[in-house]
Ligand binder design. Sequence first.
Ligand SMILES: [Ca+2]
Ligand SMILES: [Ca+2]
Length: 481
Amino acid sequence: MKTARIIVLSFIWTTVMLGNSLPNGGFEGTTPNWFSTGGTSTTAVEEWSTDEWRTGGHSLKITKSASDGTASWVSEDLYRYWSVFVGQNVGMEVGAWVKLDGVNTNPANDDEKIQLVFNFLDENGTDLLGAPLVLDVPQTAASTDWVEVKSATPISFPVTVAKITTEFRFGSSATGTAYADDWFIRNTTAGEWAGDFFNPNVDVPDGWFYWWPDFSAGKSGWGVGGPPVYAGQDVTEAHSGDASLKMVKDSTGYELVVNTDPTDFVNDGTPLVFSAYIKTILPDGMADSANADPSYAMGITVTWHDGTCGADGWGEVGGSDYRFEVAGDTTDWTLYQAVLTPPDGATQFSLRARYWHFFRGTTYWDDFKVMRTIPLVVDNGNSQNIIPEHFQLIKAYPNPFNPSVTIAFDLPRDGAVELSIYNLLGRKIATLIDQNMGIGRHRIRWDATSNTGEPVPTGIYFVNITFDGKESQIQKVTYLK
Ligand SMILES: [Ca+2]
Ligand SMILES: [Ca+2]
């Protein structure tokens, strides 16, 4: 006879949602993160353009036909988060790539020029050069392919640079069309690092940035003969709204990551549910590889921050990787999610959509959500204190149900439990439990919402429970109006 163990109450977490704490999870927007339009011209048009680009499908475009004032794209601090790590007295050069289409040539003065402007600021906002660094875009020809425009001589600072802002501008009398892309900052001192810009490739909207080594370096010749790599807003595919995140990689040389800004949240120790809808177009066999080998995976990484993100760095207090079970090489929009528990001291998180090194293919991501969960007290129902003999899913009740159904199950020993709800198409729409649980009988209530907090349509659903990754049982439940 087995030894009875009395478990009066056990706490499990259910995904009763307390709202989405992630800004712009839908990847919407018509300006790139940290850039906005400026200038005095009333006829100039500044666009976040998909007409021309060096990277990621977007550049900043200015079109101006009249001498009626200035036109510009202006950035906030692009040097955020990393500057504390950047050595003082490190030589650096800065610039961006510009393409011209029918601009005025041989400008006689600044009013007729197209220029890049950089401001180097300390923590108090004081200009460390005493004046902005202004770089003239060559206007010897009216139309050019992409040309690199950069500072003529290296610059360095005896103090830490806290912020760098930039501007791409047409003087009041400059005319024509110009595009700018791929801002860069590079060291000119061997063995030192000058830092990096965030969202220098202007391909992702508010709330997001991404990183790829060749991109932020603004390397010459990018895209010529190189492997396809692309991360940017896409408006041809969307799970909702007008836009999604498109990621493309055909290289195994690097990971590809697209990050959110660090975002505040209330940390009471309860897990957070991170989710996104993803559509995949992958090489044959990639999903199997991703599911079998961590270095081939697709998923998310969540970095936990202590709230000091800024000019002093990330303030990182931990990180959590989650590799998704990829649903197939070619799939329609599919919900993916991860339940992750924040460490003590975390007051912010940042999320990154991630291709590990060997993952290749095209994916679209939309409707990123981060939900707080609240604890639900569940009694183990084991009033006889009898150890269940078998792993068993008990008959759900009521069934049919509205508004909620109680699902119970027996565990004959401690072990890993995943309890998920699937719709008739076989798509997982909610994970109610994904954790180790103790021996005994457990109950959980499902309130007919998905893990993104949305009410599900009435109809037939399947409760699937897997114990220790080996035994599974399934049960049909019907949600009635
Ligand atoms: Ca969207
Ligand atoms: Ca770009």
